[in-house]
Design a protein around this ligand. Structure first.
Ligand code: SF4
Ligand code: SF4
Length: 375
């Protein structure tokens, strides 16, 4: 692909606007986001990633307030995404694009993605002919590049890229713990994208924060190789060392996280052989602790009739599985469920499972959480 592929010149850290800092009333802390945007731009980074659904529109509005209103349009790249549900109509599609445009006032989107393409919604993307719709937007100059974010098997990705060879790029879940996993298939999906000569945007390099909070044993291993580097930096540098990337998205929630990311991505140094071997050892240890591979995307929550905070419960369950600290994790569980249903309120309707990009057996896992925390 050489240096001439789409996105070759884009710096390899992208600001994911999914988990922005919040005020006590849970609205986005725009002043804090502005500081983060300023630090990011000042360090030479330019890629911002939002979506129609993030924060019910609050993320696109935050992009306007903190970025679009404050920086020249040509000084950054903005990406947003178009979702579909089984009740979506062609009119909804058009309205969602227009709403994204209205919220952001960006004039055009540099990267426009069909959001979270997977086996459960591909028929809806096809039925609504979203493929042609976004190509049309591109012809009109309203978007510059059209692609999709993908959450399924490498085989499905191969079929899609064969059927739609005109897409400009793909966005994939890649991280070191899923590199060889059979569920997420990071490596296989990466190889398929490379085979089709599609540049790649990486999402969830730290697996929704899971690779930032590792056991003492793994943390000591990393610190022994390089005491200066943070634990999440290993995960981000692992993916940033791959070829053919447009950028690596990191969903940053604080200035502190932003500054940590900038500290090692500003003068990026690919992993050394010793660092790769250390990660391989960590993967080996982690693979022997079975945890729920929830990325905290929250796609499961909106339609849950009991409003159960599924990712919050899984976080407590995972920590309990690893550390067995029942009092600490019970507090986390209570905090996570204080505004909605608890695990034992699950009606087993299964709606959440149709939205889960990780194909988790949510009902079964909630039963396990209930037996740990609801007694
Ligand atoms: S199965 Fe349980 S958690 Fe899932 S949507 Fe239904 S009630 Fe909510
Ligand atoms: S359970 Fe699935 S849909 Fe829900 S937050 Fe976790 S990964 Fe996302």
């Amino acid at each position: 692909m050489g240096e001439r592929y789409l996105g070759a010149n884009i710096p390899k850290l992208g600001f994911g606007l999914m988990r922005l800092p919040q005020l006590s009333d849970e609205s986005i802390d725009i002043e804090q986001v502005k500081k983060m945007v300023d630090a990011f731009m000042e360090a030479g980074f330019t890629y911002f990633d939002t979506a129609y659904v993030y924060g019910n529109g609050a993320s696109e509005l935050a992009a306007k307030a903190a970025l679009i209103d404050r920086y020249p349009r040509e000084s950054y790249q903005l990406a947003t995404k178009l979702p579909v549900w089984d009740y979506t109509t062609p009119e909804d599609i058009r309205k969602m694009f227009e709403t994204s445009m209205q919220r952001t006032q960006a004039g055009y989107f540099d990267f426009y993605l069909m959001h979270n393409v997977n086996r459960n919604n591909i028929a809806d993307f096809d039925r609504l002919n979203v493929w042609d719709y976004v190509q049309d937007l591109k012809k009109q100059g309203l978007i510059k590049n059209a692609g999709f974010s993908f959450h399924d098997t490498a085989e499905m990705l191969d079929n899609l890229l064969t059927k739609h060879p005109y897409v400009d790029f793909v966005q994939l879940q890649i991280n070191y713990i899923d590199w060889d996993s059979e569920s997420v298939q990071s490596r296989k999906c990466y190889e398929v994208a490379r085979k089709h000569h599609k540049p790649i945007i990486v999402m969830e390099p730290v697996k929704g924060g899971a690779l930032a909070a590792l056991s003492e044993e793994i943390q000591s291993m990393y610190k022994a190789v390089n005491p200066e580097l943070s634990i999440p930096s290993w995960a981000v540098r692992f993916v940033a060392s791959l070829d053919g990337l447009i950028t690596v998205l990191s969903s940053m929630s604080s200035l502190e996280q932003m500054q940590d990311n900038l500290s090692y991505m500003k003068n990026f140094r690919p992993l050394t052989q010793e660092e790769y071997s250390t990660i391989a050892k960590a993967v080996n240890i982690l693979n022997n602790i079975p945890t729920v591979p929830c990325t905290a995307c929250k796609y499961c929550i909106d339609d849950c009739p009991q409003q159960i905070n599924i990712p919050g419960i899984f976080k407590a369950l995972n920590n309990y599985r690893i550390y067995q600290n029942i009092s600490k994790e019970s507090s986390r569980y209570q905090e996570a469920t204080k505004e909605g249903g608890v695990a034992k309120d699950c009606l087993k309707c299964g709606i959440c499972e149709t939205h889960c990009p990780q194909h988790l057996e949510i009902r079964k896992l909630l039963q396990e959480a209930s037996s740990v925390f609801d007694s």
